[in-house]
Design a protein around this ligand. Sequence first.
Ligand SMILES: Cc1ncc(COP(=O)(O)O)c(C=O)c1O
Length: 498
Amino acid sequence: MAVKESRAKKLVAGIKSLLKRTVKSGAAKTPKLALVEARKEGKKITPAMLEKSAKKHLWMHFTRHGSFANKEIPIMAKAEGHYVYDVHGKKYIDGLSGLFSVNAGHGRKRLADAASKQISELDFFPLWSYAHPPAIELAERLISYAPKNLSRVFFTTGGGEAVESAWKIAKQYFKMTGKPTKHKVISRHVAYHGTSQGALSITGIPAMKKMFEPLVPSTFRIPNTNWYRAPSSFKTEEEFGIWAANRAEEMILFEDPETVAAIFVEPIQNSGGCFTAHPAYFKRLREICDKYDILLVADETITGFGRSGAMFACERYGIEPDMMITAKGITSSYQPLGALLLTERLFEPFTTGTNILAHGYTFAAHPVACAVALENLDIFDEEDLVGNVAKNSALFKKTLEKLYDLPIVGNIRGDGYFFAIELVKDKKTKEPFTAPEREKLLRGYLAGKLLEEGLYCRADDRGDSVIQLAPPLTIGAKEFNEIEQILRKVLTPAMSKF
Ligand SMILES: Cc1ncc(COP(=O)(O)O)c(C=O)c1O
């Protein structure tokens, strides 16, 4: 009897302790939600409340949350032209156009009006077996700027979805046209093409993929066109470009041409820091694709809509793609939208019988996004934003090149309004910083200091250490100087940080 009693006591104590722990861990308790309360009660939401709540509830993208243990998360609250303002009213030059994407600059009221007008006409309707006027008109408008063989548009809500769609379409196209084994994709070392499992598989940054392996199989990497670090045996960029393109042919032969569906390239590779390529590189890629019946996919997620100094970089470098991926600048990012442009050859098998591409997204070609894109393109035409970039790109580069007098600045490269400044330990030998040094330099110093001095841009080390600039296409000489001055102020003492 006594044994039974003591067992029962133990059981009760166990349950009590479990309940206590559950309550303590918060599982049974609703957390205090200050912003919800403030809104309900019509009270002002302060910056401090936002900072607290962001730390408590927000999961930011590509963010080391640990780095905010002892400091606040920067919160941007307002934007106008090429400036953004945080919740405390501090002003920053937007040296990255949001995320390489607010091409027409911030605060364009006519884009807000276009969105409002579209919402009151047709707020939403999907593109699944139905069409709507803004999508139809936008498709035609995109085609009017695109390489001449692209005449079909598949909308998405962003760049990664367009990458994903391009690969799926390539696979199905070959299945429907008697080459069912063609499915593999070739892409370039350090290239970023998105984060969904297919797009991430095409991405060439192992550190970004490791935690999500195994990814979609059948993607293969070839060298990119990093001319700064090309072996000295190459005397010209053209010669190096042809060598790099020939690596694609080599990979196709390694893998068997009958299994390779597509090659994905950015006209200017962002990750690694604005790797341009000689037009001969793209010409050679085209020849290789034609030879083995492989689709050439130009990922213009960043380079599209004026960033390179032409509406599309394909035009600037004479690239003739079978598919072209666009996003970001299509709406100057006022709305999420992506568009994959394709040749009619790729659409043709889908035109007959019961054939269907069983693929799509609820919000792709959202009417509001399409209406904003059309208005955004009107701004491009009326203000000749592309012409502004073409006219001023050389001056932008020249202004940045003043920084070459600093020992840490190894290379400045890019095109249009899209430049990278590679930072090196030794300018003569081009010795890069080691991983712990990069950590100290980029995260421990540059990222914070640039913001403190009023310049929002990117300090990145997905490849070697670079600072990346991609400002709105509206800026000119005055702003180039402002950017250079801030960079100078921040980079001058950078070496002494070790
Ligand atoms: C070249 C390229 N492709 C794809 C993507 C993915 O686009 P999103 O973030 O819109 O999915 C990006 C994003 O920066 C990109 O730069």
